[in-house]
Design a binder for this molecule. Structure first.
Ligand SMILES: Cc1cc2nc3c(=O)[nH]c(=O)nc-3n(C[C@H](O)[C@H](O)[C@H](O)COP(=O)(O)OP(=O)(O)OC[C@H]3O[C@@H](n4cnc5c(N)ncnc54)[C@H](O)[C@@H]3O)c2cc1C
Length: 467
């Protein structure tokens, strides 16, 4: 019997303009790797599309044969959804065009772009698109799930800044979606992940910004509690220009870290200010007073510098595992649990990432997008990263153990882009009261669940809603 991937290959190879890679062929091994080294799968075919018609042909051929199909932009899915065993990967990495209209402050981003390609092009016009904090992340997966980053408080989530989508749906059609054309799909695509089709282009809003004030510093273990108590109140009153992220981790063994902190549990703060640097002074003075004075640095950095400074902390091919949630308020008992956990960190890179949303993101009403409710401003992301398979069990069980302890204080809900591959049971929690509407849109655009390698919303009939 001919394997499904061979059938798809036979159907595609005469008309396909991009690359069709099969196991054993040159380039296949590099092409099959995704960012999370925990997920090493062997697809039967990688269709690296050159343009929209390649995407249409690949979707039609795969759907006729009924082969399991993954969609890949930057390959950074923590859950490993952008690959599969035996099936096909539609790889968009050749589709990385970014077109900017400086007058209209608009950009058109192709479906395979990395954040770095978007930033580089928009900055030539002195403009920014609010996205994530690591430039090798794919723009498509990030925007479709929501998209948080340095500029979220000032300009909103990435998905809040999309004016329109062009996508290839499960029957191979090209569909436009914006507030006027297919508005239900427009609602669902802003937070609904890859459930509805292959997005080949995003039309997005841009804002003028080329540099920010960046302050960084460490607080020793003994100061973490008072820092977090201070931070949770400070952020509630902070201006939109200010974003302050805190990671609880082991301090790096590097020269710029005070010797007594190296390798010790610390709170690592990074704070940016996007407005007039003079106006930042009073806020920075307050925040910086909580950090070890000999660890503090403050400077003006270019936006491109800001967007790439964390790149090397998240290398491709390392092993990663995550669990995440929201808090309405970071209560004392949650701080206690984090402090207990930080002295048993299982790897030098594993960390508790704390961010405060609010600002422009919180001004978008819950029903406006599939991303939904933004009223719980504290996002906690427990992220383990390590290099050797022998450390898998220790890191995964540390994350699960801490998550179970924090869970009772969390507000139900989860950001789909911060979920691991074993959390399918939380997808409904991610969409909550928006679930039935998501299912209805899915049923309309993808009735056979062709796009199912994602935090999946299955197109089941709305039995509960209609009975
Ligand atoms: C190092 C790192 C840093 C991160 N930083 C941030 C951050 O600052 N802010 C934040 O919000 N998130 C962040 N994330 C999470 C990130 O948003 C998700 O991992 C996201 O899925 C990455 O997008 P991608 O295109 O690289 O993913 P891929 O692995 O390529 O795709 C993931 C899924 O997205 C869907 N998808 C991808 N492209 C398309 C497309 N064109 N059309 C339809 N569906 C598509 C598919 O369902 C696919 O399975 C980060 C992740 C990593 C690994």
């Amino acid at each position: 019997m001919v394997e499904a991937s061979e059938e798809v290959y036979a159907s595609l190879h005469r008309r396909f303009k991009g690359d069709l890679l099969r196991p054993g062929q040159s380039g296949y091994e590099d092409a099959r790797a995704i960012w999370n080294g925990m997920v090493a799968r062997v697809p039967g075919l990688i269709a690296r599309c050159a343009d929209v018609s390649d995407v249409q042909n690949a979707v039609r051929a795969a759907s006729e044969v009924g082969i399991l199909t993954a969609i890949r932009c930057g390959g950074h899915s923590l859950a490993g959804h952008s690959t599969c065993d035996g099936g096909m990967v539609i790889d968009l990495s050749k589709m990385r065009q970014v077109m900017v209209d400086p007058e209209a402050r608009r950009a058109w981003i192709s479906g395979g772009c990395l954040l770095g390609s978007v930033d580089a092009e928009t900055q030539t016009a002195g403009l920014v698109f609010p996205s994530g904090v690591v430039s090798h992340t794919g723009a498509s997966g990030l925007i479709l799930g929501g998209g948080t980053g340095w500029l979220t408080r000032r300009f909103g989530l990435s998905c809040d800044n999309v004016e329109g989508f062009t996508l290839v749906t499960a029957d191979g059609s090209v569909v436009r979606s914006n507030s006027k054309e297919n508005p239900d799909l427009f609602w669902a695509l802003r937070g609904g992940g890859g459930n509805f089709g292959v997005v080949t282009e995003f039309e997005v809003r841009l804002y003028p910004l080329t540099a920010v004030v960046l302050s960084e510093g460490l607080s020793p273990e003994a100061g973490i509690r008072s820092l977090l108590e201070y931070w949770r109140e400070f952020m509630a009153e902070a201006p939109l220009d200010l974003k302050w992220n805190i990671n609880l981790r082991l301090a790096p063994q590097t020269e710029n870290v005070p010797i007594e902190l190296r390798g010790r549990p610390v709170a690592s703060s990074s704070l940016i200010w996007t407005g007039d640097p003079e106006a930042a002074r009073p806020y920075l003075e307050q925040a910086l007073s909580m950090w070890s004075p000999d660890s503090v640095s403050s400077r003006i950095v270019s936006f491109l510098n800001l967007q790439t400074m964390a790149d090397s902390d998240f290398p491709h091919g390392w092993r990663y595992y995550t669990k995440s949630g929201y808090f309405t308020y970071l209560d004392d008992s949650s701080i206690d649990r984090m402090l207990e956990a930080v002295v048993t960190l299982p790897s030098s890179q594993t960390q508790i990432e704390l961010a405060y949303l609010g600002g422009a993101a919180a001004r978008v009403a819950a029903q406006e997008t599939a991303f939904g409710d933004r009223s719980a401003p504290f996002i906690v992301n427990l992220l383990a990263s390590w290099s050797e398979a022998s450390a898998d069990a220790g890191n995964i069980s540390w994350i699960r153990g801490l998550f179970n302890k924090l869970r009772p204080s969390m507000k139900p809900g989860v950001y789909v882009n911060f979920m691991s591959g074993d959390e399918q049971d939380r997808v409904r929690e991610a969409y909550q009261e928006r679930w039935d509407r998501m299912v209805a849109v899915k049923l309309h655009y993808d009735p056979n669940n062709f796009f199912r390698l994602n935090q999946n919303v299955p197109p089941r009939k709305l039995v509960a809603a209609t009975s």
